[in-house]
Design a protein around this ligand. Structure first.
Ligand code: MGD
Ligand code: MGD
Ligand code: MO
Length: 736
């Protein structure tokens, strides 16, 4: 009667909501979103929502949101823009793409994409099939988010992303007859309550704790979950691989491992057993700062728990020694018999849900063009699993013009000179100046867009377009959810709509669809038997789960039992790492800058810095302009132990400078005993939408930019990892 209506939907992006597709009900009145509520009927989130979705109305109707296409009319870095039509935007873009292709080759165009958003499904096709370039770049040094974990899983298990079994695949969830409550859940460098990463709804941890699960935390900070955990291993940032090998030392030498699983399904146990002998608990205690007794105790309880599960987080990726860590952690779950069993970890079958289409778009590129992908030959362990360029090589290419000059940039979902996706953002910023023409898609004017956009294309929020939420991007599809368009704001177009529209102009044979809904129906129907409208009706679809797939040939394309690896088994000894010139067995290597690897430098920079642990109030650099969220987290915070703070003359709320050999940044001190006296933690993703937009200020992007302290190309032997979670620094009180 009051003209309002309510739409059920699954959220993805924006606002940043990792692909867990939180279920909600959106109420619209007079063309405005007026209310967001959790949807109690959504089987995963069951009515729970976090504050970024609850404040969605502030985001959707924000006065600073950009809702029409624009072109730059001033110089780069000047805040001078003119509204244009989509036709003019597309005509200009198509003309430029054709110009660069004809004069410099399609490889002179590069697409940059960020993370954890719907965009992740579409920036590859945008590059490969709408534009026609082999260069799609995820610009974090060492590709250090999720990609490493997926690649390690491909190489060691031959399967899609390993996830804590939280009964998410089943409509009846925790009541499902086959599912078991994990006796222990180990969270390694992961804070899922805040991060809800990729396919995992963080509050499922609480659900499982209520059903009896006990928690083991491996984290240098005492976070909320640590205070409720049975065991906490408060390690030195970056020493993780030594710790994992120490646990395995105990489990193997005390014969607590699953002998039958090792016998039948693991490759290289004897060599692995020999390697763990190098990591006795007393030595590991020295390396990691975790007491020896704690290591032994946790190894025993984890190995004896049946079932036990493990969630590995970003700390695995943001570490040049992270491939070895990931390898050791997969060995830990394999040796304890927890792979692909109820209440253990679930793994995806070899073919991704809806993945065929994404893979096929690559075949649009002729082989000789694909060969030109930046960094692919130098870093085969990266380029075999991930269809992108190598990020660090991409910066080198921008700086040197070798092997060829990049001329056009498309920033699809990366605000990466703000301290998000790049190490040395100041260096990227200078290098990117060499791009002659840039397109930016976003919802707000960001530092990156202000610095580079020649054309700005406005994006809708998930409330404003149709889409499909796909957990783990289909590589362990816990469910597929329908994103339902509830309202329209301005003239925004979603990622897939832009792919289709541009694709129709440049490669019409690949892009036959006339709407996003039509496109989704064509992807869903052949695989799942229903179309997008039916998914809308259902709200979401859970495919169910088959345990012990390795026994039934469900993990291999050839239908044989075993794992989809070179040896057909879980590779405790990696034949691929060996072929690529790395050690086939896990080993600990010190972070490139640490109290032990660079003791002299550490005298000057005595603290270990870890960064970027998530906040409820932001998704990377998003949300800084949302009033309610900013009121909760108004400033960039650095956590310092009270003893350290006292020694440095720093009090709660003081502004401080964090600095090291590479750069410095300004933060507000949060004095807290939850962090080790020798460690500090700084937030990432800070810029200030309220500050001067124009160059050189760019919304204050250089003030609290923690990534200026991160060096370029400190990647492991296989090309993965960075120092975002472990580098040395010092902290002093700021003068002003
Ligand atoms: N120091 C430090 N730095 C870090 C991290 C850390 O832990 N420490 N974490 C790193 C990690 S893991 C990651 S993944 C990166 C993330 O880095 P990015 O993904 O580059 O994150 P943002 O800076 O938020 O940039 C994303 C931009 O995409 C826009 N966007 C939002 N939704 C959509 C959408 O649906 N489509 C499109 N096309 N665009 C959208 C946002 O408004 C935003 O401006 O940051 C990394 N940076
Ligand atoms: N609200 C919100 N949610 C997000 C994001 C966001 O920006 N905001 N970003 C999304 C993205 S792209 C990602 S990748 C995920 C990441 O989410 P997670 O994988 O949960 O990672 P983080 O929150 O970076 O850090 C998790 C924990 O690792 C600890 N840690 C720090 N250094 C180390 C170390 O060296 N070793 C170990 N073992 N632990 C360490 C931190 O103290 C922290 O408690 O979050 C996603 N979800
Ligand atoms: Mo990430």
């Amino acid at each position: 009667p009051d003209g309002s209506y309510t739409v059920r939907t699954c959220g993805w992006s924006p606002p940043g909501d990792h692909p867990v597709g939180c279920g909600m009900k959106l109420t619209i009145k007079d063309g405005r979103l007026i209310k967001v509520e959790g949807d109690p009927e959504h089987p995963i989130t069951q009515g729970r929502l976090c504050i970024r979705c609850l404040t969605l109305p502030e985001y959707v109707h924000h006065p600073q949101r950009i809702i029409y296409p624009m072109k730059r009319v001033g110089k780069r870095g000047e805040d001078k823009w003119q509204r244009i039509s989509w036709d003019e935007a597309m005509d200009t873009i198509v003309e430029k793409i054709n110009y660069y292709k004809e004069n410099h080759g399609a490889e002179s165009i590069i697409v940059f994409g960020g993370t954890g958003r719907e965009a992740c499904l579409y920036y590859y096709p945008l590059g490969f099939a709408s534009i026609g370039t082999p260069n799609v770049c995820y610009p974090q040094s060492g590709w250090s988010c999720y990609g490493p974990r997926c690649a390690i899983t491909d190489y060691i298990l031959g399967a899609g992303y390993p996830e804590i079994d939280f009964a998410g695949h089943f409509p009846d969830r925790y009541e499902h007859s086959e599912w078991k409550v994990p006796e222990y859940i180990m969270l390694w460098g992961k804070e899922p309550l805040k991060s809800n990463p990729d396919g995992f709804f963080g509050h499922s941890i609480i659900d499982m704790m209520k059903r009896g699960s006990k928690i083991i935390m491996v984290d240098p900070r005492i976070n909320w979950l640590c205070t409720r955990a049975e065991h906490v291993l408060q390690l030195r940032p970056g020493s993780d691989t030594a710790l994992a090998m120490g646990l395995l030392h105990v489990i193997i030498n005390e014969e607590l491992y699953d002998k039958e699983f090792v016998e039948n399904w693991c490759y290289g146990f004897e060599e692995f057993k020999e390697r763990v002998q190098e990591y006795p608990p007393e030595k590991v205690a020295e390396i990691t700062w975790v007491p020896k007794e704690k290591i032994i105790e946790v190894a025993r309880v984890f190995a004896k728990a049946k079932p036990a599960s493990l969630g590995w987080g970003l700390a695995v990726d943001q570490n040049p020694n992270g491939v070895q860590l990931g390898h050791a952690l997969l060995a830990l779950v394999a040796l304890t018999g927890n792979i692909d069993v109820p209440g253990g970890i679930t793994i995806g079958p070899p073919a991704a849900l809806m993945g065929k289409w994404r893979m096929e778009t690559r075949t649009n590129l002729p082989e000789e063009l694909w060969e030109k992908r930046i960094g692919a030959k130098q870093w085969p362990a990266v380029s075999t699993a991930l269809a992108t360029t190598h990020p660090d090589e991409t910066l080198d290419t921008l700086e040197t013009g070798k092997p060829y000059k990049l001329r056009m940039g498309w920033f699809n979902s990366s605000n990466f000179i703000s301290p998000t996706n790049s190490a040395q953002p100041d260096r990227w910023y200078r290098a990117l100046q060499s791009l002659e023409f840039c397109v930016v898609q976003d919802l707000f004017m960001t530092p990156t867009a202000m610095a580079f956009a020649d054309i700005f294309l406005p994006l809708p929020t998930f409330a404003e377009h149709d889409g499909v939420v796909l957990t783990h991007y289909g590589r362990n599809a816990i469910f597929a959810g329908a994103m339902n368009k509830a309202l329209e704001v301005g003239e925004c177009k979603s990622d897939i709509e832009v792919c289709i529209e541009l694709g129709k102009r440049l490669y019409p044979e690949i892009w036959p669809w006339n709407s996003a809904a039509e496109f989704f129906s064509d992807q869903l129907k052949p695989e799942l038997g229903f179309d997008f409208d039916e998914l809308r009706e259902k709200g979401l679809y859970q495919p169910g789960y088959t345990y012990k797939k390795y026994e039934n040939g469900l993990l291999r394309f050839d239908g044989e039992p075993g794992f989809n690896t070179v040896t057909g088994k879980v590779e405790l000894y990696s034949t691929l790492f060996e072929a690529w010139g790395d050690d086939p067995l896990p080993y600990h290597e010190e972070p490139p800058y640490s109290p032990y690897s660079t003791p002299d430098l550490a005298k000057e920079y005595p603290l270990v810095l870890t960064t970027g642990a998530r906040y409820y109030t932001s998704f990377h650099s998003e949300h800084r302009q949302v009033p309610t969220l900013r009121a909760i987290t108004p400033d960039p915070l650095v956590e310092i132990n009270p003893d350290t703070a006292e020694e440095l003359g720093i009090k709660e709320g003081d502004w401080v400078i964090i600095e090291n050999m590479f750069g410095k940044a300004r933060f507000k001190a949060q004095v807290t005993p939850t962090i080790n006296p020798k460690v500090v933690h700084a937030a990432h993703g800070w810029w200030f939408p309220e500050k001067d937009a124009e160059e050189p200020n760019l919304f204050g992007v250089w003030e609290s930019n923690i990534n200026t302290l991160m060096p370029h190309k400190h990647i492991g032997k296989l090309g993965f990892g960075d120092t975002f979670k472990s580098i040395i620094c010092r902290v002093r009180k700021a003068e002003d």
